[in-house]
Write a protein that binds this ligand. Structure first.
Ligand SMILES: N=CN[C@@H](CCC(=O)O)C(=O)O
Ligand SMILES: [Zn+2]
Length: 407
């Protein structure tokens, strides 16, 4: 049974309490067996039975649970650096999308990519994410927008989850936008999602969640309700991209559908906040997306003060958030979203795990959980976020194995 000792600051991030309560243990040790944690506490209390076991020395590092990125669009063809420059010159995200760019441009390149190409590219991202301390990733489809192409992306995720160590959760996002071939007939596309895509995804067991982009320029609340009701009937759990560009009832729908999470929320109304708080829906903030689209960031304080659990994620995608740096998203959630560093940490661990229904397995350091932790070169979360550096992660343990961080 290996153990990690000489931990200066251990943020266990257990679920209990409010967002800032990370359940700190100083001078701590962790013991695990196989891939599961068996003991956590003050090193002075370490039971004698564990004393002679193999020891890893944390050298006084801060230890946190492996970070959970609960919102990414991990597999895609191409990139869109031209749009980045266009936005900086004054074109909006929506104007670019209306002119055939945006999501549809990535759909064209993703359709052209082979499964092998998508697999290699996404696998490369995962290896780099792990080096930042990320040990679990949610991955959405949504750049295929036909039965065959959506299945292709979800198959890539299935292979990745079988062949590499990061915990992965897949989400079907066929309702990301309307593909060019259905530009004139949106109802027919919604019917295709309901009658063909959802049954095919469910039958192949390729996704646990179903997400819809609810927006004036994408799917209406009525479309989203129809899609999510049939996804639920097929065994998938609802999620939503909600209130990103306009306040259009997405948060209220998330509450009505008892979604696992509603994500973005930059334009959420007070009514939406109340509804989500009452229904216990996790709010996911995606500060990299508002940064890269030059939109006003979500004021997370409004949500936390109303009693919502706020998770922090990257939204990694080639358009609105072309970086997978979760600690950077956490720092922005502090500086722009007004979370404190302790709140951002709970948001990127146990609350993020809850947003993907994995709070029983990952997201905190306690007995029974997966032995996933990151050693951070900072004395505490506040200093980590304050003196922000490109990568402060010294070591990562994933499913009990120490990862090779070299190269
Ligand atoms: N808002 C919709 N979907 C993505 C953007 C995807 C893209 O631009 O390719 C998001 O979450 O930001
Ligand atoms: Zn997204």
């Amino acid at each position: 049974m290996p153990k990690l000792t000489n931990i200066g600051y251990l943020a266990t991030c257990r679920q209990e309490g409010r967002q800032h309560e990370i359940h700190l243990i100083e001078d701590a040790a962790i013991v695990w067996k196989g891939d599961k944690i068996v003991w956590v506490g003050n090193e002075v209390d370490l039971p004698a039975e564990y004393e002679d076991e193999k020891t890893f020395d944390a050298e006084q590092a801060m230890v946190i649970p492996g970070l959970v990125d609960c919102h990414t669009h991990l597999a895609f063809g191409g990139w869109r650096p031209d749009e980045f420059e266009m936005r900086l010159k004054g074109k909006s995200y929506l104007e670019i999308a209306k002119a055939g760019g945006g999501i549809l441009s990535t759909v064209r390149e993703t359709r052209e990519a082979t499964v092998e190409e998508l697999y290699e590219k996404a696998s490369g991202f995962l290896s780099e994410m792990v080096r930042l301390g990320v040990t679990a990733v949610e991955c959405k489809s949504g750049y295929g927008l036909s039965v065959e192409e959506e299945l292709k992306i979800l198959e890539v995720y299935r292979r990745l989850s079988e062949e590499q160590p990061v915990h992965m959760v897949s989400t079907f996002l066929g309702a990301h936008t309307f593909p060019a071939e259905y530009r004139e007939d949106h109802t027919a596309y919604v019917d295709l999602v309901i009658n063909e895509m959802i049954p095919a995804v469910a039958e192949a067991g390729l996704a646990e969640f179903c997400d819809v982009f609810v927006e004036d320029s994408a799917f209406s609340v009525e479309d989203a309700r129809r899609i999510l009701v049939s996804a639920q009937a097929a065994g998938m759990v609802p999620k939503l991209h909600a209130d990103q560009l306009t306040s259009c009832g997405g948060a209220e729908l998330a509450a009505e559908m008892e979604a696992a999470s509603a994500d973005h929320l930059e334009k959420i109304s007070d009514k939406g906040i109340l509804a989500m708080a009452e229904a216990g829906v996790v709010g996911v903030t995606l500060p990299l997306a508002s940064l890269y689209t030059q939109e006003t960031p979500l004021d997370c304080r409004r949500l936390v003060d109303a009693g919502l659990e706020v998770a922090v994620a990257t939204d990694f995608n080639p358009g609105s958030a072309p970086t997978f740096d979760l600690p950077l998203a956490m720092m922005l959630a502090c500086n722009q979203g007004r979370l404190t560093p302790l709140e951002a940490l709970k948001g990127a661990t146990i609350y993020a795990a809850k947003a993907i229904h994995r709070q029983r397995e990952i997201g905190s350091i306690e007995p029974g959980k997966s032995a996933d932790f990151a050693l951070i070169d900072a004395p505490d979360p506040n200093f980590w976020m304050y003196h922000f550096r490109p990568n402060t992660c010294r070591e990562v343990f994933l499913k009990g194995e120490k990862l090779n961080m070299g190269g």
